[in-house]
Design a protein around this ligand. Structure first.
Ligand SMILES: *[C@@H]1O[C@H](CO)[C@@H](O)[C@H](O)[C@H]1NC(C)=O
Ligand SMILES: *[C@@H]1O[C@H](CO)[C@@H](O)[C@H](O)[C@H]1NC(C)=O
Ligand SMILES: [Zn+2]
Ligand SMILES: [Zn+2]
Length: 599
């Protein structure tokens, strides 16, 4: 999901080079290439010798390079760019950097230029206009705390009012019938999906109309999709909407990511057209309110949510906020339209006493390079969130919060994550449900009290994904919600078997089935944070539960094998909602080791 851009690519590209003199050659070669515009022969030789062919998405920790080397190279590289910007025209600098990506065979040439070119526009703007821009700041965003302490550059707080000694009474609900909510996430609609083309294409997204037919039948993209790097065709989208609309639900939550992973050929005009098409489709398919959340894939270039003050054409994200507001007209108030237009977030009441807050939390993502320009509470969104929650508390409302990126996701800026968790905990009696997406996995996340780490305060459910990208069976969820307090009572997950579907290409539809329902599968009597926390204790002792969790994570799309490290990683994800705090992850891994005698 994570598209790293050139700086990290170039930094990572030395990853497989263990001989330090080669690292030096590469560093010097890069500097020379950037200074002269010509790749020296020794640089080409190093690149060739190591056949650098690294995927965009590998985290640096998986590669052999030491963190210090990577960090060092990144810093050097940004500094060279900062200096050169004053000496040679930007377009030459751009061509050279794209050339370096091509030379190193980091990606196919068109992917190098398609991804790097527009991202460089953002970088150049920040270098030119940003206050206090340092190479270290960029490299911290790109490489994380292994490079520099993130909090040295990104550390801010939001004012949160204290809890009143007595909470106002909640508005009584007159309904006794469970509310049903359908959650669909991460559509990644791919208008160019072509059955029969190659699913082993060597680019970030395969099955494209311009990638040629598969030479090996095993590599042919299926009629209903592919488990490899492939997104959702129109055929699958239509079939999913057909099936979802047969479900009886009261509301639909769509938790973001409409645009495909063809990240090298996005544009404002193309994205705008696709956004409009899909949002219209969602709105018109269901005859109930559909709440839209923005994902990190909506903007052009991918991940880049520009601050409000950036008005420059091609850099501003205003067009996206405008289309969101347009699609929400009639559903939300004039006031709510204002915040949608400002930063892609809004609030509305679905019925008396039941409020939904939709956030654009893609601004927490470190892939969003605008954070190097200004990271402080982008769009004033968290400050606004506190005000909305305070008012909801005063008015006796319950709240659901929708956002795209789970707050404990490794791509989220630590300070954003920490402040968000503080807000959730302060208002945990008011917030009775959180729903997110982005990971494409069926998973959930627990929030814990800061002063009493044994106390779970909130749960966020991930909507998994409609896209298969990657190893997933397409899916959506239906939640049963208590009509009195709007807590999640249970959910069921719906999916189809992609392998089986592709074996019957003549069938006009696929066989959707209910994969499982949560309470029955995990044997819990409620979905309260406390009960889910106790479930974790049982999971540590019962590997069969952990195996089930892992298989359902992909909706049975992967072979499902999970070893100890894999179980530990799944558990760690569940208990991490504040990315800046590893306490709960460390604890649960320790308990797992203890239980399984691994220490
Ligand atoms: C963030 O800044 C605050 C206030 O200056 C400081 O007390 C705190 O230690 C900093 N956090 C980190 C993780 O460095
Ligand atoms: C999916 O279908 C294939 C082909 O019929 C079958 O081999 C496989 O076991 C099925 N997987 C699941 C999880 O049902
Ligand atoms: Zn996604
Ligand atoms: Zn996403």
């Amino acid at each position: 999901m994570k598209i790293l851009l050139l700086l990290s690519i170039l930094s990572y590209s030395v990853a497989e080079i263990h001989k330090s003199d080669d690292v030096d050659l590469l560093k010097n070669g890069l500097t020379e290439l950037l200074t002269t515009g010509v790749a020296p022969q020794y640089f080409k030789d190093v690149a060739k010798r190591h056949q650098l062919d690294l995927s965009f998405s590998k985290p640096p920790s998986l590669m052999g390079l030491s963190a210090i080397d990577t960090c060092d190279l990144c810093g050097k590289f940004v500094n060279v760019v900062m200096t050169m910007r004053h000496i040679i025209p930007e377009f030459i600098l751009k061509n050279t950097i794209v050339g370096a990506c091509e030379e190193l065979k980091i990606e196919a040439n068109r992917v190098c230029s398609g991804v790097i070119d527009p991202q460089l526009d953002v970088i150049f703007y920040i270098l030119k206009n940003g206050k206090d821009v340092k190479a270290e700041k960029f490299c911290t965003l790109l490489l994380g705390s292994s490079c520099h302490n993130e909090f040295d550059y990104f550390n801010w707080t939001i004012d949160i009012p204290p809890k009143p000694s007595k909470l106002p009474e909640k508005i009584a609900s007159r309904s006794s019938k469970n509310i049903r909510i359908l959650q669909v996430s991460d559509l990644h609609y791919d208008p160019r999906y072509t059955a029969g083309s190659s699913a082993a294409c060597g680019e970030p997204l395969c099955c494209q109309d311009d990638q040629g037919a598969a030479s090996d039948p095993n590599d042919a993209c299926g009629i209903w999709g592919d488990y490899r790097n492939a997104d959702t065709s129109r055929k699958v989208l239509d079939e999913a909407l057909r099936h979802m609309s047969t479900q009886e639900v009261d509301y639909v939550y769509f938790t973001g990511d409409i645009i495909s992973h063809r990240v090298w050929s996005t544009s404002e005009a193309k994205n705008l057209e696709t956004e409009r098409e899909v949002l219209d489709l969602l709105r018109n398919t269901f005859n109930v309110p559909v709440l839209f959340v923005l994902g990190n894939h909506e903007p052009h270039p991918v991940n880049m949510y520009a601050p409000e003050e950036i008005k420059t054409n091609g850099l501003s994200t205003k067009w996206l906020f405008d289309i969101l507001a347009e699609e929400l007209k009639g559903l939300i108030s004039e006031n709510a339209l204002k915040t949608s237009e400002k930063g892609g977030f809004y609030t509305l009441t679905l019925r008396p006493g039941f409020r939904v807050v939709v956030l654009n939390n893609n601004v927490c993502g470190k892939d969003n390079l605008w954070l190097a320009y200004d990271s402080f509470d982008p769009y004033g969104q968290l400050t606004w969130l506190v005000q909305v929650l305070e008012e909801a508390e005063r008015n006796g409302e319950y709240v659901h919060i929708l956002h795209h990126i789970p707050s404990g996701h490794h791509s989220c800026l630590g300070t954003w994550s920490r402040e968000f968790v503080k807000i959730i905990n302060r208002f945990s009696e008011t917030i009775n449900g959180q729903f997110n997406g982005h990971t494409h996995w069926d998973e959930f996340f627990l929030y814990f009290d800061e002063s009493d780490p044994s106390k779970a305060t909130n749960v966020a459910f991930n909507g998994a994904s409609l896209t298969t990208y990657s190893s997933n069976n397409p899916s959506y969820k239906i939640y049963d919600i208590d009509p009195q307090n709007y807590k999640v009572v249970n959910f069921e997950e719906w999916t189809f078997n992609l392998t089986a579907a592709n074996l019957q290409p003549e069938k006009p539809t696929v066989d959707w089935y209910k994969l499982y329902s949560f309470r029955e599968t995990y044997g819990v009597s409620s979905m309260e944070p406390k009960e889910i926390n106790e479930l974790l204790t049982r999971m540590i002792k019962d590997k069969s539960l952990l195996q089930i969790y892992h298989k359902y994570k992909f909706r049975m799309g992967s072979d499902g094998y999970c070893n100890d490290d894999c179980h530990k990683s799944n558990l760690c994800r569940i208990v991490t909602s504040n990315v800046a705090d590893s306490y709960h992850c460390d604890e649960i891994m320790r308990k797992y080791d203890e239980q399984n005698k691994l220490t």
